[in-house]
Design a protein around this ligand. Sequence first.
Ligand SMILES: Nc1ncnc2c1ncn2[C@@H]1O[C@H](COP(=O)(O)OP(=O)(O)O)[C@@H](O)[C@H]1O
Ligand SMILES: [Mg+2]
Length: 344
Amino acid sequence: MGATPTSRFEALVATQASISQIAHTKLLTTLTVITAKITLFEFKRELMTVPEALYESSLPSLKLRARGKVRDIYDIDDQHMLIVSTDRLSAFDVILPDPIPGKGRVLTSVSNFWFEKMTHVMPNHLTDIPLEQIIPDVAERAQIEGRAIVVKLLKPLPVEAIVRGYLIGSGWKDYQKTGAICGIQLPEGLQQAQQLPEAIYTPSTKAAVDQHDENVTFEATVDLIGRDLAEKVRDASLTLYREAAAYAKERGIIIADTKFEFGVDEEGVLYLIDEALTPDSSRFWPADQYQVGISPPSFDKQYIRDYLETLDWNKTAPGPHLPPEVAAYCAEKYREAEVRLTQG
Ligand SMILES: Nc1ncnc2c1ncn2[C@@H]1O[C@H](COP(=O)(O)OP(=O)(O)O)[C@@H](O)[C@H]1O
Ligand SMILES: [Mg+2]
């Protein structure tokens, strides 16, 4: 039986309704796709927006005290100074000619995070003096926002307090040659990047600009700063490393090794100074890619070191230029380490 005109009409209406419904759904889908595309574009643009790089700061209202490899230091008064973390990158103790955009901000935020987290182990050089108080001019301050801290001016000890939890870098090289690092005898048959039975303290002396730091024995640091301070520095360094390494491990980061600096005030009280547990002062490895026997990929400037090892460069100044994609990748890795550690 053929359909009656009424039912045919109804069928037509129904068809049209479903067509318009399909059209409507299609339109919605299209809109959703467009919105998603815009969001993705915005997101990508945000990712691609290279943060403004600061290679060298210039603050007319303060007197420049020194430019370190990474930090610019300004005098405030006889008790305080301003530390600005720039985007300079030093590798093999040579300052490279290109900045890593945003790196100084990451260093500042990661350091501040650890300083605050570790106050129970050791006092640090941070003060609560706001930047606005030191640099009231908004435009001048804008240059260093997020990358400057007002710190207690202390007397830095001439020792780099290095702690190693894993066998890598110069430690691995020393071990291969001598079976020991800084005079500390290690078990035989350890492999590259292997975790040590326990973390070890392997100090070095702070080298002058353009010189390489030199690994020394613990007793050599006793000669430099006295037994009491040398022991305090060693013990604090090991505690700081152990606590930080355990925390970072839970966030998927292995802290293979790290370097602390300490300073004393006029009463001889010991403080943690400089930077702490950043990708610059440490080797950070993603835990999920860690493998004994190879140098793991890393969040830190190891990536740059590895790149530099592929070049025919004798590791003395001047350093080579970095391809933009290498610098950008490095910036991204710094940022990733910050997010994992401080926002995890
Ligand atoms: N609170 C402090 N008091 C005095 N000196 C400090 C303090 N914190 C850091 N420093 C020193 O400031 C310098 C930081 O700049 P940086 O670029 O890291 O220098 P370096 O080239 O020596 O690594 C280091 O020499 C460090 O010892
Ligand atoms: Mg330094």
